[in-house]
Design a protein around this ligand. Sequence first.
Ligand code: SAM
Length: 282
Amino acid sequence: MNETGQLYLCGTPIGNLGDITYRAVEMLRAADVIAAEDTRHTRGLLAHYDIHTPMVSYHEHNKEEKGAELIARMQAGETVVCVSDAGLPGIADPGGDLARRAVAAGIPVTPLPGANAALSALICAGLPLDGFAFVGFLPRKDKKRRELLSRVAAYPETLIFYEAPHRLRETLAVLAEILGAERRACAARELTKRFEEFRRMTLGELCAHYRENEPRGEFVLIVAGADEDAPYADAAAPQMSLAEHYAAHIAAGCGKKEAMRRTAQDLGISRRDVYQALLAEA
Ligand code: SAM
């Protein structure tokens, strides 16, 4: 045994089981123990790669007690590989706390890089990549969520959000309200899986789309930074009808007058034309 052990933070697939490195598989095999967010979930990955290393569960609710145990094991010379259910440990997942403890205890901490939903979505969004801010999951409480969004609304960097499908509509509505319905965005769904999809639209358009279509699967939302007005890299971005623009602004919390004004602005026509088109459709 070495004098001091080591902590590896290991990226695991976010869908496609092929998205793991050779080195990660080797280290998962060679480790003394795998600290897994959910041992049942990770068992599938280990079975796929014929890995038989023992696991211990390490998650949000036992991180104090298990963290201390894992540190003691590493201090005794063991190698620990930490994995979450998907992607990089510590990114909206357990792992960060263990890394902090290991650093504080003078234990070497090493990455085993791998898949990550945020960056995979970001590089495909067609939005600026020179600067970005990872926001992750928004707070559940409306007041805290609004405070956070009001703060990031002025950031010039591209913003990255995680969201669960059952909260997507509500989140899109509040994003459109606070960041602006006309901000360009991309909903990246089911990355690396069979139904992978990228919807590159404004926030208002995304609101309208998911009002009509039940959100299913896992989502990352990428939103342009403040004042970002370059055209999409993806020229095939879907177009919306006048009524859809109007509905998206209403969904984002605008009154009828404001929704008409914004629709007119979106389409480069007069408010009167918007009014008449809506009347004709009514
Ligand atoms: N640690 C992970 C990472 O590095 O990406 C993130 C884990 S976080 C608990 C789970 C969230 O990540 C999901 O709610 C979703 O927002 C996003 N996510 C994970 N896998 C995804 C996928 N295949 N497609 C789209 N989003 C995904």
